[in-house]
Design a protein around this ligand. Structure first.
Ligand code: C2E
Ligand code: MG
Ligand code: MG
Ligand code: MG
Length: 284
Protein backbone atom coordinates (compact mmCIF):
# COMPACT_ATOMS: atom_id res chain seq x y z
CA UNK A 1 0.00 0.00 0.00
CA UNK A 2 2.88 2.30 0.82
CA UNK A 3 4.45 1.71 -2.54
CA UNK A 4 1.07 2.33 -4.11
CA UNK A 5 0.78 5.63 -2.29
CA UNK A 6 4.28 6.61 -3.33
CA UNK A 7 3.45 5.79 -6.91
CA UNK A 8 0.28 7.82 -6.76
CA UNK A 9 2.13 10.75 -5.24
CA UNK A 10 4.83 10.42 -7.84
CA UNK A 11 2.16 10.37 -10.49
CA UNK A 12 0.55 13.46 -9.03
CA UNK A 13 3.89 15.26 -8.93
CA UNK A 14 4.54 14.35 -12.51
CA UNK A 15 1.13 15.65 -13.41
CA UNK A 16 1.73 18.96 -11.66
CA UNK A 17 5.06 19.33 -13.45
CA UNK A 18 3.37 18.55 -16.74
CA UNK A 19 0.69 21.15 -16.04
CA UNK A 20 3.37 23.74 -15.24
CA UNK A 21 5.20 22.92 -18.41
CA UNK A 22 2.03 23.08 -20.48
CA UNK A 23 1.24 26.46 -19.00
CA UNK A 24 4.68 27.63 -20.13
CA UNK A 25 4.22 26.20 -23.59
CA UNK A 26 0.79 27.74 -23.88
CA UNK A 27 2.08 31.14 -22.80
CA UNK A 28 4.92 30.88 -25.31
CA UNK A 29 2.55 29.98 -28.14
CA UNK A 30 0.16 32.78 -27.18
CA UNK A 31 3.03 35.27 -27.00
CA UNK A 32 4.40 34.21 -30.40
CA UNK A 33 0.96 34.58 -31.81
CA UNK A 34 0.45 38.00 -30.24
CA UNK A 35 3.79 39.15 -31.69
CA UNK A 36 2.81 37.90 -35.12
CA UNK A 37 -0.53 39.63 -34.95
CA UNK A 38 1.08 42.80 -33.65
CA UNK A 39 -1.31 43.18 -30.73
CA UNK A 40 1.28 44.01 -28.09
CA UNK A 41 1.32 47.71 -27.40
CA UNK A 42 3.79 50.22 -26.06
CA UNK A 43 3.45 52.80 -23.35
CA UNK A 44 5.99 55.49 -22.58
CA UNK A 45 6.82 56.63 -19.08
CA UNK A 46 8.37 60.09 -18.78
CA UNK A 47 11.93 60.38 -17.49
CA UNK A 48 12.37 63.75 -15.84
CA UNK A 49 15.05 65.94 -14.34
CA UNK A 50 14.44 65.38 -10.63
CA UNK A 51 15.29 68.96 -9.73
CA UNK A 52 13.28 70.83 -12.35
CA UNK A 53 10.63 68.31 -13.40
CA UNK A 54 11.55 68.84 -17.06
CA UNK A 55 10.85 65.81 -19.26
CA UNK A 56 14.08 64.61 -20.88
CA UNK A 57 12.88 61.37 -22.43
CA UNK A 58 10.81 58.26 -21.82
CA UNK A 59 11.05 54.54 -21.25
CA UNK A 60 9.15 52.26 -23.63
CA UNK A 61 7.22 49.58 -21.73
CA UNK A 62 5.48 46.67 -23.40
CA UNK A 63 1.79 45.98 -22.76
CA UNK A 64 -0.08 42.75 -23.46
CA UNK A 65 -3.81 42.40 -22.96
CA UNK A 66 -5.57 39.23 -24.04
CA UNK A 67 -9.27 38.50 -23.50
CA UNK A 68 -9.45 41.48 -21.14
CA UNK A 69 -6.66 39.99 -19.09
CA UNK A 70 -3.59 42.15 -18.59
CA UNK A 71 -0.46 40.03 -18.61
CA UNK A 72 2.45 41.80 -16.92
CA UNK A 73 5.84 42.00 -18.65
CA UNK A 74 7.23 40.68 -15.37
CA UNK A 75 5.39 37.46 -16.30
CA UNK A 76 5.81 37.20 -20.07
CA UNK A 77 9.36 38.54 -20.49
CA UNK A 78 10.81 35.62 -18.46
CA UNK A 79 8.72 33.25 -20.59
CA UNK A 80 10.13 34.85 -23.74
CA UNK A 81 13.65 34.53 -22.35
CA UNK A 82 13.11 30.90 -21.42
CA UNK A 83 11.62 30.14 -24.84
CA UNK A 84 14.42 31.95 -26.65
CA UNK A 85 12.09 34.39 -28.38
CA UNK A 86 13.07 37.47 -26.42
CA UNK A 87 15.04 38.97 -29.30
CA UNK A 88 11.84 38.82 -31.31
CA UNK A 89 10.25 40.82 -28.51
CA UNK A 90 13.09 43.36 -28.45
CA UNK A 91 12.97 43.92 -32.20
CA UNK A 92 9.18 44.11 -32.08
CA UNK A 93 9.50 46.90 -29.50
CA UNK A 94 12.07 48.79 -31.56
CA UNK A 95 10.03 48.45 -34.77
CA UNK A 96 6.91 49.58 -33.03
CA UNK A 97 8.43 52.56 -31.26
CA UNK A 98 9.97 53.71 -34.52
CA UNK A 99 6.58 53.41 -36.18
CA UNK A 100 4.98 55.46 -33.43
CA UNK A 101 7.76 57.90 -32.56
CA UNK A 102 10.19 58.31 -35.49
CA UNK A 103 8.65 61.59 -36.65
CA UNK A 104 8.72 62.99 -33.15
CA UNK A 105 12.29 61.82 -32.54
CA UNK A 106 13.42 63.45 -35.80
CA UNK A 107 11.95 66.78 -34.84
CA UNK A 108 13.12 66.57 -31.21
CA UNK A 109 16.77 65.45 -31.31
CA UNK A 110 17.15 66.17 -27.58
CA UNK A 111 14.46 63.63 -26.66
CA UNK A 112 15.67 60.15 -25.83
CA UNK A 113 13.87 56.84 -25.64
CA UNK A 114 14.94 53.99 -23.39
CA UNK A 115 14.30 50.38 -24.37
CA UNK A 116 14.66 47.32 -22.17
CA UNK A 117 16.78 44.63 -23.72
CA UNK A 118 17.66 41.15 -22.55
CA UNK A 119 20.90 39.31 -21.88
CA UNK A 120 20.08 37.08 -24.83
CA UNK A 121 20.27 40.12 -27.11
CA UNK A 122 23.85 40.70 -25.99
CA UNK A 123 24.76 37.14 -26.97
CA UNK A 124 23.87 37.86 -30.60
CA UNK A 125 26.87 39.49 -32.33
CA UNK A 126 24.49 40.82 -35.00
CA UNK A 127 22.24 42.64 -32.53
CA UNK A 128 23.81 46.10 -32.91
CA UNK A 129 23.61 45.93 -36.69
CA UNK A 130 19.95 44.91 -36.54
CA UNK A 131 19.13 48.00 -34.47
CA UNK A 132 21.29 50.21 -36.69
CA UNK A 133 19.48 49.08 -39.85
CA UNK A 134 16.11 49.89 -38.30
CA UNK A 135 17.20 53.30 -37.01
CA UNK A 136 18.70 54.19 -40.35
CA UNK A 137 15.56 53.19 -42.23
CA UNK A 138 13.57 55.42 -39.87
CA UNK A 139 16.13 58.27 -39.96
CA UNK A 140 16.55 58.22 -36.19
CA UNK A 141 19.90 58.81 -34.49
CA UNK A 142 21.36 55.98 -32.38
CA UNK A 143 22.04 58.57 -29.67
CA UNK A 144 18.28 58.86 -29.27
CA UNK A 145 17.91 55.19 -28.35
CA UNK A 146 19.25 54.18 -24.95
CA UNK A 147 19.31 50.56 -23.90
CA UNK A 148 18.53 49.24 -20.43
CA UNK A 149 19.98 45.96 -19.30
CA UNK A 150 18.96 44.36 -16.03
CA UNK A 151 21.77 43.77 -13.66
CA UNK A 152 21.02 40.08 -13.46
CA UNK A 153 21.73 39.80 -17.16
CA UNK A 154 24.86 41.90 -17.21
CA UNK A 155 27.12 40.07 -14.79
CA UNK A 156 30.73 40.14 -15.65
CA UNK A 157 30.70 37.87 -18.71
CA UNK A 158 33.31 39.09 -21.16
CA UNK A 159 30.84 38.54 -23.98
CA UNK A 160 28.40 41.00 -22.42
CA UNK A 161 31.15 43.54 -21.80
CA UNK A 162 32.22 43.38 -25.43
CA UNK A 163 28.62 43.69 -26.63
CA UNK A 164 28.11 46.75 -24.42
CA UNK A 165 31.31 48.33 -25.73
CA UNK A 166 30.19 47.78 -29.29
CA UNK A 167 26.68 49.19 -28.72
CA UNK A 168 28.18 52.28 -27.08
CA UNK A 169 30.55 52.80 -29.98
CA UNK A 170 27.47 52.87 -32.22
CA UNK A 171 26.13 55.78 -30.17
CA UNK A 172 23.70 54.12 -27.75
CA UNK A 173 23.75 54.95 -24.07
CA UNK A 174 23.67 51.88 -21.85
CA UNK A 175 21.97 51.82 -18.48
CA UNK A 176 22.02 49.10 -15.84
CA UNK A 177 18.38 48.61 -14.87
CA UNK A 178 17.05 47.66 -11.43
CA UNK A 179 20.43 48.52 -10.00
CA UNK A 180 21.08 47.08 -6.57
CA UNK A 181 18.87 44.03 -6.91
CA UNK A 182 21.27 41.68 -8.69
CA UNK A 183 24.88 40.63 -8.36
CA UNK A 184 27.19 42.36 -5.89
CA UNK A 185 26.69 45.57 -7.79
CA UNK A 186 28.92 47.95 -5.97
CA UNK A 187 32.00 45.81 -6.42
CA UNK A 188 31.90 45.37 -10.18
CA UNK A 189 30.51 48.76 -11.10
CA UNK A 190 33.96 50.09 -11.87
CA UNK A 191 34.59 47.40 -14.45
CA UNK A 192 31.35 47.90 -16.30
CA UNK A 193 31.62 50.43 -19.02
CA UNK A 194 28.15 51.89 -19.00
CA UNK A 195 26.66 55.36 -19.11
CA UNK A 196 24.42 55.12 -16.10
CA UNK A 197 22.41 53.16 -13.61
CA UNK A 198 18.74 53.07 -12.71
CA UNK A 199 18.24 52.71 -8.99
CA UNK A 200 15.58 50.09 -8.40
CA UNK A 201 12.26 51.20 -7.01
CA UNK A 202 12.63 48.86 -4.04
CA UNK A 203 15.33 51.23 -2.73
CA UNK A 204 13.42 54.37 -3.61
CA UNK A 205 10.32 53.21 -1.85
CA UNK A 206 12.12 52.34 1.35
CA UNK A 207 12.98 55.98 1.78
CA UNK A 208 11.26 57.24 4.90
CA UNK A 209 10.12 53.80 5.98
CA UNK A 210 13.18 51.64 6.42
CA UNK A 211 16.54 52.62 7.86
CA UNK A 212 18.51 50.12 5.78
CA UNK A 213 16.92 51.23 2.53
CA UNK A 214 17.60 54.83 3.40
CA UNK A 215 21.22 54.20 4.15
CA UNK A 216 22.09 52.32 0.96
CA UNK A 217 20.66 54.82 -1.54
CA UNK A 218 23.29 57.53 -0.89
CA UNK A 219 25.97 54.86 -1.07
CA UNK A 220 24.81 53.91 -4.55
CA UNK A 221 24.69 57.57 -5.52
CA UNK A 222 28.22 58.17 -4.20
CA UNK A 223 29.49 55.15 -6.06
CA UNK A 224 27.85 56.29 -9.28
CA UNK A 225 29.35 59.72 -8.83
CA UNK A 226 32.80 58.23 -8.26
CA UNK A 227 32.51 56.32 -11.53
CA UNK A 228 31.01 59.26 -13.39
CA UNK A 229 27.74 57.45 -14.08
CA UNK A 230 24.41 59.08 -14.76
CA UNK A 231 21.65 58.22 -12.30
CA UNK A 232 17.97 57.58 -12.81
CA UNK A 233 15.94 56.94 -9.68
CA UNK A 234 12.95 54.70 -10.38
CA UNK A 235 9.61 54.46 -8.66
CA UNK A 236 9.28 57.92 -7.11
CA UNK A 237 5.71 58.14 -5.87
CA UNK A 238 5.81 60.75 -3.13
CA UNK A 239 7.09 64.27 -2.66
CA UNK A 240 9.05 63.01 0.33
CA UNK A 241 10.95 60.53 -1.85
CA UNK A 242 11.65 63.21 -4.44
CA UNK A 243 12.95 65.57 -1.81
CA UNK A 244 15.19 62.91 -0.32
CA UNK A 245 17.00 62.34 -3.62
CA UNK A 246 17.04 66.03 -4.52
CA UNK A 247 18.92 66.65 -1.27
CA UNK A 248 21.74 64.33 -2.36
CA UNK A 249 23.02 67.27 -4.38
CA UNK A 250 23.77 65.60 -7.63
CA UNK A 251 22.29 65.79 -11.10
CA UNK A 252 19.64 63.05 -10.99
CA UNK A 253 16.91 61.98 -13.39
CA UNK A 254 13.85 60.19 -12.18
CA UNK A 255 10.83 58.16 -13.10
CA UNK A 256 7.74 57.48 -11.07
CA UNK A 257 4.10 58.07 -10.60
CA UNK A 258 4.77 61.44 -8.99
CA UNK A 259 5.97 62.65 -12.39
CA UNK A 260 3.87 60.50 -14.68
CA UNK A 261 2.60 57.00 -15.37
CA UNK A 262 3.26 55.25 -18.68
CA UNK A 263 1.13 56.77 -21.45
CA UNK A 264 0.56 56.44 -25.21
CA UNK A 265 2.95 57.77 -27.86
CA UNK A 266 0.83 60.81 -28.64
CA UNK A 267 0.47 61.66 -24.96
CA UNK A 268 4.20 61.44 -24.29
CA UNK A 269 4.79 63.76 -27.24
CA UNK A 270 2.29 66.24 -25.77
CA UNK A 271 3.87 65.95 -22.36
CA UNK A 272 7.31 66.70 -23.79
CA UNK A 273 5.98 69.69 -25.67
CA UNK A 274 4.45 70.98 -22.44
CA UNK A 275 7.23 70.14 -19.99
CA UNK A 276 10.29 69.32 -22.09
CA UNK A 277 13.44 71.21 -21.32
CA UNK A 278 11.60 73.95 -19.48
CA UNK A 279 12.37 74.54 -15.84
CA UNK A 280 9.29 73.84 -13.84
CA UNK A 281 8.35 72.53 -10.42
CA UNK A 282 8.50 68.75 -10.29
CA UNK A 283 5.48 68.54 -8.07
CA UNK A 284 2.03 68.91 -9.44
P1 C2E B 1 11.64 48.21 -15.48
O1 C2E B 1 12.38 48.28 -16.76
O2 C2E B 1 12.42 48.42 -14.24
O3 C2E B 1 10.47 49.27 -15.62
C1 C2E B 1 9.93 50.00 -14.55
C2 C2E B 1 8.65 49.38 -14.04
O4 C2E B 1 8.23 50.11 -12.88
C3 C2E B 1 7.49 49.45 -15.02
O5 C2E B 1 6.65 48.33 -14.78
C4 C2E B 1 6.78 50.73 -14.58
O6 C2E B 1 5.43 50.80 -14.98
C5 C2E B 1 6.93 50.62 -13.08
N1 C2E B 1 6.86 51.92 -12.40
C6 C2E B 1 7.27 53.12 -12.84
N2 C2E B 1 7.09 54.09 -11.94
C7 C2E B 1 6.56 53.49 -10.86
C8 C2E B 1 6.14 53.97 -9.56
O7 C2E B 1 6.24 55.14 -9.23
N3 C2E B 1 5.65 53.04 -8.70
C9 C2E B 1 5.53 51.72 -9.04
N4 C2E B 1 5.04 50.90 -8.13
N5 C2E B 1 5.90 51.23 -10.25
C10 C2E B 1 6.41 52.11 -11.14
P2 C2E B 1 6.14 47.40 -15.97
O8 C2E B 1 5.77 48.23 -17.14
O9 C2E B 1 5.12 46.49 -15.38
O10 C2E B 1 7.41 46.57 -16.39
C11 C2E B 1 7.98 45.64 -15.52
C12 C2E B 1 9.31 45.15 -16.05
O11 C2E B 1 9.11 44.36 -17.23
C13 C2E B 1 10.25 46.27 -16.47
O12 C2E B 1 10.90 46.79 -15.34
C14 C2E B 1 11.16 45.52 -17.43
O13 C2E B 1 12.16 44.84 -16.71
C15 C2E B 1 10.21 44.53 -18.06
N6 C2E B 1 9.80 45.04 -19.38
C16 C2E B 1 8.79 45.90 -19.69
N7 C2E B 1 8.74 46.13 -21.02
C17 C2E B 1 9.77 45.40 -21.56
C18 C2E B 1 10.26 45.22 -22.91
O14 C2E B 1 9.79 45.82 -23.89
N8 C2E B 1 11.34 44.37 -23.06
C19 C2E B 1 11.91 43.75 -21.98
N9 C2E B 1 12.96 42.92 -22.23
N10 C2E B 1 11.48 43.90 -20.73
C20 C2E B 1 10.42 44.72 -20.52
MG1 MG C 1 13.71 49.44 -17.57
MG1 MG D 1 13.98 49.10 -13.38
MG1 MG E 1 12.14 46.04 -13.27
Amino acid sequence: ALIGLGGALGGAMGCILLLLQRKGVTMKARLSNALKKGVLELEYQPIVNLHTGAVVGAEALLRWTENNEVISPDVFIPVAEEADIVQQVTLYVIDRLLLEMAGFLQSHPDFRLNVNISANDLCDPGFGAKIAARLEAASVLPTQLALEITERSSANASEAIEAIRSLRSRGHSIYIDDFGTGYSSLSYLGQLNVDGIKIDKSFTQKVGTDAIGVSIAPQIVDMARAHDLAIVVEGIETERQREYFANLKMEINAQGWLFGKPVSASKIADLFSARGGSVRSATR
